[in-house]
Design a protein around this ligand. Structure first.
Ligand SMILES: NC(=O)c1ccc[n+]([C@@H]2O[C@H](COP(=O)([O-])OP(=O)(O)OC[C@H]3O[C@@H](n4cnc5c(N)ncnc54)[C@H](O)[C@@H]3O)[C@@H](O)[C@H]2O)c1
Length: 248
C-alpha cells in the first residue's frame, strides 16, 4: 500500500523528540508540509532539519489555548492534525495522598486539554473544506492501567480516547475523521528509559514475554499506524482506537 501526502498541510505536536519526530519525518518523506510543534526549541530544530526545507517549527505549549489559537492562525488551513504531545512531565508513580493539584493538572493540560484545544483550532477550516484528519496518540494506559502508576496519566489518556469518539461523531458530517493510536511501552523518552532500567533484567524479560511479538516497539511502529489513519485508505474509519503494542 503506497501512502502519499503530497502538499498536505500537517501539524504534529510533541514533534521535538520520540514518536512526534518519527511521525513528522514519515509525513515529510511522503510529501507533506509539516508544521512541527513543541515546547522544546532545540529538539524542534533537529526535527525540522530532518524533515527538509518545507518543514516549519512552532514553539507552542498545547495546554495554552491562546498560544494554540495564535499558532494555528499563523499556519492557516490544516489537512491533518496529530495530537502526540504528552507524557508524564517527569513525574513518577506515587500514592494518591501525595499528588498535588499541579501534578494532576499538568498531566491533564498536555495529554487531554492540548488535544482538545488543537482540535478546536483546526476544526473550522476542516469543516469549510469538508475534509480533515485528526489522529490522537493515547496509550495502553488509557485502555487499561498504566505501568507508570500515575493516576492522572491513565485518566487523561482514557479521557482523550473519549474525546476521540465524541469528536468523531461531532465532526463526521463534515468528512473529518478522528482516530486514536494507543501505543504500548516504547523506550523513546527519558521516562520510559528510567522505567526500563528500574524493571531490572527479570522485569524486562517479563515485559517482553507478555508481548505477543516478543520485542519492544519503535517510534516508526507508532508512526506507521498514524500514516494509515491519516491516509485516504482510512476514508471510512472514524472514532477508532488501535493498540500498537506488539499484541497483548
Ligand atoms: N514511549 C512510550 O512508551 C509511550 C507509550 C504510550 C503512549 N505514549 C505517548 O506518546 C506520545 C509521545 O511519547 P514519546 O515517547 O515520544 O515522548 P517524548 O517525551 O519523546 O515526546 C513528547 C514530546 O512532547 C513535548 N511536549 C510535552 N509537553 C508539551 C506541551 N505542553 N506542548 C507541546 N509539546 C509538549 C515534549 O517536549 C516532547 O518533545 C505521548 O503522548 C506519550 O504519552 C508513549
Amino acid at each position: 500500500m503506497n501512502i502519499g501526502f503530497d502538499n498536505k498541510v500537517v501539524i504534529v505536536t510533541g514533534a521535538a523528540h520520540g514518536f512526534g519526530r518519527a511521525i513528522a519525518q514519515n509525513f515529510a518523506d511522503r510529501g507533506a508540509v509539516v508544521h512541527a510543534c513543541d515546547i522544546n526549541a532545540d529538539g524542534l530544530e533537529e526535527t525540522v532539519a530532518l524533515c527538509g526545507p518545507r518543514a516549519k517549527s512552532h514553539i507552542l505549549d498545547v495546554g495554552q489555548r491562546a498560544q494554540v489559537q495564535a499558532a494555528v492562525a499563523q499556519i492557516g488551513d490544516v489537512d491533518i492534525l496529530v495530537n502526540n504531545a504528552g507524557g508524564v512531565r517527569g513525574q513518577v508513580g506515587r500514592p494518591i495522598e501525595e499528588i498535588s493539584e499541579s501534578d494532576w493538572q499538568g498531566i491533564f493540560d498536555v495529554n487531554l486539554s492540548g488535544a482538545f484545544f488543537m482540535s478546536q483550532a483546526v476544526a473550522p477550516a476542516m469543516k469549510r473544506k469538508q475534509a480533515g484528519r485528526i489522529v490522537n496518540i493515547s496509550s495502553g494506559a488509557g485502555l487499561g492501567i498504566s505501568l507508570t502508576g500515575i493516576q492522572a496519566y491513565a485518566s487523561a489518556k482514557a479521557g482523550q480516547i473519549g474525546l476521540t469518539r465524541q469528536l468523531a461523531h461531532e465532526l463526521g458530517p463534515w468528512n473529518i475523521t478522528v482516530n486514536n493510536v494507543a501505543p504500548g511501552f516504547v523506550r523513546s523518552n527519558p521516562s520510559t528509559e528510567k522505567q526500563w532500567d528500574a524493571m531490572g533484567e527479570e522485569g524486562q524479560a517479563r515485559l517482553l514475554q507478555n508481548i505477543a511479538l516478543k520485542r519492544l516497539g519503535t517510534a516508526d511502529d507508532i508512526a506507521a499506524m498514524v500514516m494509515f489513519f491519516a491516509s485516504d485508505q482510512a476514508n471510512w474509519i472514524t472514532g477508532q482506537v488501535i493498540s500498537v503494542d506488539g499484541g497483548k
